[in-house]
Design a protein around this ligand. Structure first.
Ligand SMILES: C[S@@+](CC[C@H](N)C(=O)[O-])C[C@H]1O[C@@H](n2cnc3c(N)ncnc32)[C@H](O)[C@@H]1O
Length: 281
């Protein structure tokens, strides 16, 4: 704990939110942002009303970034940091003078901005970040603008585009992408109804819920669209990395093979859960 955080304030905030660790985050944030004690109490009241801590704070760390987060997009998760790491490894294996990476359904821009920052040095890189939601894309735009203040070269690599999965991309990228990465919706209607209220009632439903795949596996419709579309948009040898729920991994791997992708494998998150399918063209 930082010494200069007012412990009386932390105690008072903890009494409102019922969690001392969260109280420290809130008190620190209020202090760093110049909100003062009244601001801290207001944040505490929002948290006590059930709003996710990340939205209350308005920023949240993701790999090397500090991202703006709010109700317009899903809070970026730790498992997606691992997905991004796998995507970065795939991109680093592409020894080409200029590379193209695509983050479909970018939300806050978490994956795309991380690719631009972490894979950018030393080689040409163009990163396309798409979303169907105008609200999410507006938030991603704010995060690109924030990055531009810190790392203008990385921010300039990122192109935002609106639209339904691959439809958002310029056709000039057909068959030219080195990497397609996505964390698409993959929660079924039934699972959504059982989610913790802090997720179900605050995070965008359209970022979470997906219908059945063409073969009838519930929750896999968007994963399928991304895998099937990758065959047309990836360059030879390019990789697609898609996040999913552990119980969907085998069905998604089968979809990838049916789509004509090769070298299909399943990767794990830090807890050892089967968390993404990786495949190549
Ligand atoms: C699970 S969230 C992931 C957000 C972000 N990539 C992350 O990992 O934190 C899924 C995202 O996909 C977007 N999305 C949902 N359906 C889409 C579609 N058909 N085309 C493009 N984006 C879509 C949602 O708006 C949302 O931002």
């Amino acid at each position: 704990m930082r010494r200069d955080v007012d412990q009386v304030l932390v105690d008072e905030v903890a009494a409102v939110v019922g969690d001392r660790r969260e109280a420290v985050w809130i008190a620190e944030h209020a202090e760093v942002s110049g909100l003062g004690p009244q601001g801290a109490y207001e944040l505490a009241r929002r948290r006590a009303a059930g709003e996710p801590l990340q939205y209350v704070l308005g920023t949240w760390p993701f790999r090397t970034l500090e991202l703006r987060v709010d109700r317009r997009a899903l809070v970026p998760r730790p498992e997606t940091e691992v997905v991004t790491g796998v995507a970065l490894d795939e991109l680093r294996h592409r020894h080409r003078p200029s590379r193209v990476a695509v983050d479909l359904g970018t939300g806050t821009g978490a994956i795309a901005l991380s690719l631009a920052v972490e894979a950018g040095a030393g080689a040409g890189l163009e990163v396309w970040a798409t979303d169907w939601s105008p609200e999410a894309l507006a938030l991603a735009r704010e995060n690109v603008a924030h990055l531009a203040d810190l790392d203008p070269v990385a921010a300039a690599r990122v192109h935002l585009a609106a639209g339904w999965w691959f439809d958002a991309l310029p056709t000039g990228l057909l068959g030219r992408c080195d990497l397609v990465v996505a964390n698409p919706p993959y929660v079924t209607e039934g699972e959504h109804a059982c989610l913790d209220p802090v997720v179900r009632e605050w995070e965008p439903r359209s970022a979470l819920v997906a219908g059945p795949s063409t073969s009838g596996v519930d929750g896999l419709a968007d994963v399928e669209e991304v895998l099937v579309g990758s065959i047309r948009w990836l360059a030879q040898g390019g990789a697609v990395v898609v996040e999913l729920a552990p119980h969907q991994a085998d069905a998604a791997a089968a979809l990838a093979r049916e789509a004509g992708l090769v070298d299909v494998r399943i990767e794990h998150d830090l807890a050892g859960r089967r968390r993404m399918v990786v495949a190549h063209r």
